[in-house]
Design a protein around this ligand. Sequence first.
Ligand SMILES: [Cu+2]
Length: 396
Amino acid sequence: MSLRLETEMHVVRSRALALSAIALALILGGCTSAEAGRWTFPPPVASPSAAAAPAAAAPAQAAVAAPSTAPATNSPSSPDMPAMSPAGGATTATTATGSSAAPSATEAPDPNAPAYTVADPNAPALLSGAVHDVDFPIIEKDMTVATGYVVHVWTFGGTVPGPTLRVHLGDTVRVHLKNETAMSHSIDFHASQTAMDDQMVEIAPGATWTYTFRADYAGVWMYHCGTAPTLWHIANGMYGMVIVEPRGGLPTVDRELVFVQSEWYLGGQGQPTSYAMANAAAPAPDFVVFNGVATQYKENPISVAAGDRIRIFVLNVGPNEWSSFHIVGTIFDTVTKEGIQLVKGNAGGWGSQAVDLAPAQGAIIELTIPEKGMYAFVTHAFNFVGRGAVGVLMAK
Ligand SMILES: [Cu+2]
C-alpha cells in the first residue's frame, strides 16, 4: 500500500465550508539580536501588533490587507486572472470567502483546520556587518497550506519557506543548526561552494551543526535540506532563499517583495507530504503556492501604490515544476536571472513579460506599477493558477 493510501485513512472527509482566513503578518525576515550580529529565527512574536511591525531598517512595509479587502471572486478584471476553479475536477474546495484553491487529489478540506497564517511578503533588510551568525532550529509542526488543508511540515526556523537571509557579496555566514526533531536532516546553501561531505553533513536528532560559507556570488539562491530522499525533504518544506546583493548594493526602490514558489503533494490531513506523489515521473501537485500557502495573497492582497518602483526577489524551489513568473498588466524593465541581466533603459528598448525559473533558479525583477488598480501575479503555467499560484498587488 502506498504511503498516500495509508495516510488517506486519516483524512477527514467533509465538504462543509471552511473557516475564513484571519491571519497575522509573519515577519519572515525579522531578526532579533540576542547578541551583536546574531540573528534568531523565528523571531519572537509577543502580540499581533508586534507581529505586524516591520523589521528595523527594512524598506517600506505595509501590513497585509484584511481578508475583507479581497477582490470579489469570479470577477476578474483581466482574462489572465480566472476565478479559481477545480484543478483536477474531482473535488471543489470552496472557502467561506468564496475563493478556492482546489486540490487535484481525493482530499477534502477539513472545516476544523486552523486558518492559515499569511506570510509577510516584504523583503527583509540587509543583515548588518560582514559576518553573520544565524540560528536555524530544525522544527516539525503542523501548517495550514491552503484553507482546510494541514500538512505536518519539516522546517528551518519554524516556517515554510524558511527565513530569507539577505547579505552582501563577500560576507561570511555562519548558520547554527539545531535538530529538534526525531529525524536526521542537513542543509545545502546554493550560495556556497563546498564539498558535500564537508558542510552538508547529516545532523542527527538533538545534534547541532554550524554551516559556514562566504557569499562569493550575487544572486537569489536556494537553500534546502539534502538528506535522502532530498526530494521528500524539499517537498515537506525544508527550503528558503538567500539574497546576496551585488558589489555596491542594490539601488533604493519604493518596495521590495519576496516570493518563493513551491509545490505541495498532500499526504493526508496532518501528515507529511506524499513522497510517492512528489516522486512521480509526471508529478501532479495538489497546490502550487507563493510563500507556502495557496492563494494567500489573492485572499489578502498586497497593497502597493501606483507609480511605485517595485523589486521582487523570486525563487522557484520546486521541487519539480518550473515557474513562469508574470504580473498581469505590467512589464519587467529590469531582470537579473541567474546572473543574466536585462537593464532598464537598454539601447534596444527590450522588456520582459515572464521570467522562467527551473527548480532552484532565482531572479530579481523590477517594475513600475503603471496605474491604480489590481495586478495579479501568477506562474503563467496556467494549470497551476487554479492550484493556488496566484496573488494580487492592489495599487492605490
Ligand atoms: Cu531534512
